[in-house]
Design a protein around this ligand. Structure first.
Ligand code: NAD
Length: 291
């Protein structure tokens, strides 16, 4: 199958590499020449714009871009995909964007005669490299089945979440909970340590008790892997802040209160403004520590 791929960053680069390893014929575009060269070295063909990619003889086009503004530009711009692509080509956007924008772009694609799926991922750069991402997919069931073998080359769990935009809904809901739970664990761990407990012992108790969650067990803010390496790498505070912003905007549009989400967003914003945007989001525990 011939595939086009736009957005070869921290996630898209390794995802494209896995498509090449699986034997797909891949044409790629990115604004970064270095990113394109890395993909070409692994066997991809370079094209010079989204328009050229759209006019290439591809059956599927995947995008992995930073945010909704980039997705709208690449899909809806004068020199973008929809203005140039043949009807019938399957479009898959794996960027994390708000559900409303995903539904708008999907409707525009449908009007042009192109099936479209929103397919955001979880699993981070490690999952992208290992080909073990979870894909949360919104769109028509038949289009999901058409995409499945392509997504299976990049991910392990591939879940159809419902109609257009529902992949982004699942992603936003999960990361809203993740941001809140991380702050809850940071608060509880800080209190326990301040009251005299050893962090490892306390983490062990929580992780065999009812407070257990991913934030306490896998990414504990005091005893987890990012903490042990000075909170470098991992899932950056600014990426969590982006996802909480998406949740809060989606909630505003749906008139759905997200009280703890709003507080979590403000805490991560404060922490980022203190110069910590690149640290793993579990470093939010520093807000609870003195000095
Ligand atoms: P990134 O910034 O590393 O990569 C984005 C790439 O898109 C860059 O190479 C950039 O040059 C390219 N790009 C930007 N605008 C473009 C345009 N108009 N045309 C062509 N290329 C363009 O970002 P990333 O970490 O790979 O994340 C991509 C998406 O995946 C984001 O929506 C992010 O929220 C989501 N995501 C990231 C992670 C993670 O751990 N990094 C995890 C899950 C989801």
């Amino acid at each position: 199958m011939r595939i086009g791929f736009i957005g070869l960053g921290n996630m898209g680069g390794p995802m494209a590499a896995n498509l090449l390893k699986a034997g797909f014929d891949l044409s790629v575009f990115d604004l970064s020449h270095t990113a394109v060269q890395a993909a070409v070295a692994q066997g991809a063909k370079a094209v010079s714009s989204p328009a050229e990619l759209a006019r290439a003889d591809v059956e599927v086009i995947i995008t992995m871009l930073p945010a909704a503004a980039h997705v709208k530009q690449v899909f809806l711009g004068d020199d973008g995909l929809l203005a140039n692509v043949q009807p019938g080509v399957l479009l898959i956007d794996s960027s994390t964007i708000d559900p409303h924008s995903a539904r708008d772009v999907s409707a525009a694609a449908k009007a042009h005669g192109n099936p479209m799926l929103d397919a955001p991922v979880s699993g981070g750069t490690g999952g992208a490299a290992a080909g073990t991402l979870t894909f949360m997919v919104g769109g028509e069931a038949a289009d999901f089945e058409r995409a499945r073998p392509v997504l299976a080359a990049m991910g392990k769990n591939i879940v159809h979440c419902g109609g257009a935009g529902n992949g982004q809904v699942a992603k936003v809901a999960n990361n809203l909970l993740l941001g809140i739970s991380m702050i809850g664990v940071a608060e509880a761990m800080s209190l326990g340590v301040k009251l005299g407990m050893d962090a490892e012992v306390l983490a062990g108790i929580i992780n065999t008790s009812s407070g257990r969650c991913w934030s306490s067990e896998v990414n504990n803010p005091l005893t987890g892997a990012p903490a042990a390496r000075g909170y470098s790498g991992g899932f950056g505070t600014d990426l969590m802040l982006k996802d909480l912003g998406l949740a809060s905007e989606a909630a505003r549009q749906a008139r759905q209160p997200v009280l703890l989400g709003a507080l979590a967003q403000q805490l991560f914003q404060t922490f980022s403004n203190q110069g910590n945007g690149q640290l793993d989001f579990s470093a939010i525990v520093k807000l609870y520590q003195e000095g």
